[in-house]
Ligand binder design. Structure first.
Ligand SMILES: [Ca+2]
Length: 217
């Protein structure tokens, strides 16, 4: 090994070592981020399934308390509905409104990684993102037919869902991934599609108005 090679190796070792420190710093910071949050337990101890179930329960309770809709939630039982893919439903003016909930926690890369979206067929009427942060829940309500765009960037959110092509399975051919960052939450809020719910200082009246308006229009 020449002196130059040796120096190069040292430089590589140095870079690798400072990378490990940076990785650890990110990991520790993401763990300490939740200390004292109302969501601390869910965020630090819960898995993706827990978050999903919590999101359904959370929206169910909000709709029960803040609207006049007779909201239904089948919990774990509704796994084989033959009229779509949804978690909650109610009847409005004789029509069944099916709601699919996607809950996610603020995490890696300062984003909310949503579960797969389904494009084909008629899976649901309303798609709701329940995205929680330290003491905030961002609630975004889409009309599946009017507000979702798969071919072009969304006029409000500025990004588009991407087809998951890492699977050969037939059932996964129609699954799209659409993650949000703070920018999307802010754009959605400005356009009235997202509601920023402050958990420690809630405004129940405006949340109630938002839910009623977005779930029936
Ligand atoms: Ca769901």
């Amino acid at each position: 090994m020449t002196i130059t090679e040796f120096q190069l190796n040292l430089a590589k070792a140095n870079a690798a070592l400072s990378n490990t420190l940076q990785t650890m710093e990110e990991e520790i910071l993401s763990r300490t981020y939740w200390v004292g949050s109302p969501f601390e337990f869910l965020a630090t101890r819960g898995g993706a399934d827990d978050t999903g179930k919590w999101g359904e329960m959370y929206l169910y309770n909000l709709i029960s308390a803040l609207t006049y809709f007779d909201i239904q939630w089948d919990g774990d039982k509704n796994t084989s509905a033959d009229d779509g893919t949804y978690d909650l439903w109610f009847v409005y003016k004789g029509k069944k409104i099916r709601i699919e909930v996607k809950a996610s926690r603020f995490g890696k890369k300062e984003s909310w990684q949503h579960e797969n979206l389904i494009r084909k067929g008629d899976p649901c009427d309303k798609l709701v993102f329940i995205d929680f942060q330290y003491d905030t829940v961002w609630i975004t309500i889409f009309d599946q037919r009017k507000d979702l765009f798969f071919e072009s960037q969304h006029p409000i959110f500025g990004t588009k869902p991407t087809l998951r092509d890492n699977s050969t399975s037939k059932t996964r051919k129609d699954k799209y991934k659409w993650d949000f960052r703070i920018l999307q939450q802010k754009r959605g809020t400005a356009a009235g599609m997202t509601y920023c719910h402050n958990v420690t200082c809630p405004d129940w009246t405006s949340l109630s108005e938002f839910l009623i308006d977005k779930l029936i229009n």
